[in-house]
Design a protein around this ligand. Structure first.
Ligand SMILES: [Zn+2]
Length: 466
């Protein structure tokens, strides 16, 4: 009798304590979400960042103002430490000339919307004009070779894959045309490239974004054309493959300058050496306010800090807000942060990134070991009532990826991606596109995940929720 009752007692006590731990977590998650949905400040902060500061191209006065603003903001909310982490950043500028036209042989000129890709060199003064050749793949480019491309302008016209449900998958498939297209075309003697903008929607917004030259090849100017312009150019080429394209750009680079990551931290009460980092990037492209990319991620991350303070949550592990600089055209802030973490021997158990937009959150991408992922998946049922169900991707984020080597589980907030590329890197990435509730739900998702991580860590073997 006794032999049986001890394990039984042990078992019921264990079940009871697990159930009560789950109840406690569930109540805390509800409190966190209520706090943000009722008293959240992230929307107002984003209004300021967008409308009072504006586009924050790396190394610009606006980027410096944004560093100052977020530093003061986190200071006023009250963290245990708030500091700036210096890093040298590149400076590329668009210049004041950016225009293009299609020169047809029969029906005159057609003006089309373009913008320089970030990092491009300028055209010659007055612009460049040449016959234009349409391609859809690097294989096609190679096949045409020098005989088909010398002296020409290459038009990369690969549309987004409409069948990709997650639009980031479509982005990934066409991204390389933007990133290395110019040098690949220069390899065969092309004098410039025109890229179909990376988006599903057909409109008149050209989408900029970073590109990289291969230093062993000539540096030729490269621009993005709106999808509407791309459709038009392609149609005209079908009738007359001898039409010419003209574009002019006056972009340029300047020497590196000092900038900063902005960091705030609440020290863990039980395991301060175990760090959970969360962040987005403060820099943006210059064409608009950078509200969705990534002003949204910045203010959501700061909302985590405010919420912890407002609710008096004392995390067991250290929670660190990291507002990264220069994600868009260099990743220098991320590099510096990872280097410093390594140098100091810091232990990041997890790093969260929010850089996929301020739209309705659907879940988190998880990039780490099976054991790390399993630990997070135990909390699935706690997160489901908040609409967080998708843990299927391994998308962490560009600013945190270097922390994986240091043992951190990378966690990327995954919002609904359907509208993200409508405004991505364009003049349309403005505050009026942001939905307050969707933005706040993103902040609450991050805060909840961080709460569970800071309470339980990733090595707690006994808590199993079913
Ligand atoms: Zn971004």
């Amino acid at each position: 009798m006794l032999k049986k009752s001890i394990p039984f007692l042990f078992f019921t006590t264990l079940v009871f304590s697990l159930a009560s731990a789950q109840k406690e977590d569930s109540l805390q998650l509800r409190k966190i979400t209520n706090e943000i949905m009722l008293h959240g400040k992230c929307y107002a902060w984003l209004d300021y960042l967008s409308n009072k500061i504006g586009g924050r191209l790396t190394g610009s006065p606006q980027a410096a103002a944004a560093v100052e603003y977020t530093h003061q903001l986190m200071d006023s909310i009250g963290a245990d430490t708030v500091y700036l982490q210096p890093c040298m950043v590149p400076r590329w500028r668009r210049g004041d000339k950016e225009n293009a036209k299609i020169l047809t042989n029969n029906s005159g000129e057609v003006t089309v919307p373009i913008c320089a890709l970030g990092g491009s060199v300028a055209t010659a003064q007055g612009g460049i004009t040449a016959e234009v050749v349409e391609v859809h793949s690097f294989e096609e480019l190679k096949k045409m070779g020098t005989a088909g491309l010398r002296g020409k302008i290459v038009f990369f016209n690969q549309p987004f894959d409409e069948t990709a449900v997650n639009t980031f998958d479509a982005y990934e498939k066409t991204f390389m045309f933007r990133y290395i297209g110019a040098s690949e075309a220069a390899r065969y003697g092309a004098i410039g490239t025109v890229l179909r903008s990376l988006t599903n929607s057909i409109d008149n917004y050209p989408h900029t974004g970073v590109m990289q030259y291969n230093d062993s090849l000539p540096k030729i100017p490269c621009c993005a054309i709106s999808t509407g312009g791309a459709e038009q150019l392609s149609k005209l080429l079908k009738n007359d493959n001898k039409i010419r394209f003209h574009f002019e750009m006056s972009c340029y680079s300047m020497p590196d300058v000092k900038s900063y990551n902005v960091i705030a931290e609440i020290r863990g009460s039980q395991h301060p050496e175990e760090i959970i980092a969360v962040g987005g990037h403060l820099d943006s492209w210059d064409l608009a306010q950078g509200s969705n990319d990534d002003g949204a991620g910045v203010v959501q991350s700061i909302e985590v800090l405010r919420t912890y303070r407002a609710l008096g949550i004392k995390p067991k592990r250290t929670v660190r807000i990291v507002i990264f600089m220069n994600e868009e055209n260099g990743g220098r802030g991320a590099k510096k942060y990872a280097e410093e973490a390594k140098r100091k021997g810091e232990e990041h158990i997890a790093a969260l990134e929010t850089d996929a937009g301020g739209e309705t959150p659907l879940g988190f991408g998880l990039d780490g070991t099976k054991a790390q992922k399993d630990a997070v998946m135990k909390w699935k049922d706690l997160l489901l009532p908040y609409g967080l169900y998708d843990f299927s991707t391994t998308d962490g984020g560009a600013d945190i990826e270097k922390l994986k080597d240091q043992g951190a589980l990378l966690i990327g907030l995954q919002p609904d991606s359907q509208r993200y590329f409508d405004t991505h890197h364009t003049a349309a990435d403005t505050f009026d596109k942001i939905n307050k509730r969707e933005l706040e739900l993103g902040a609450s998702s991050l805060s909840m995940m961080i709460y569970l991580l800071s309470e339980h860590g990733l090595n707690e073997g006994t808590i199993i929720y079913h």
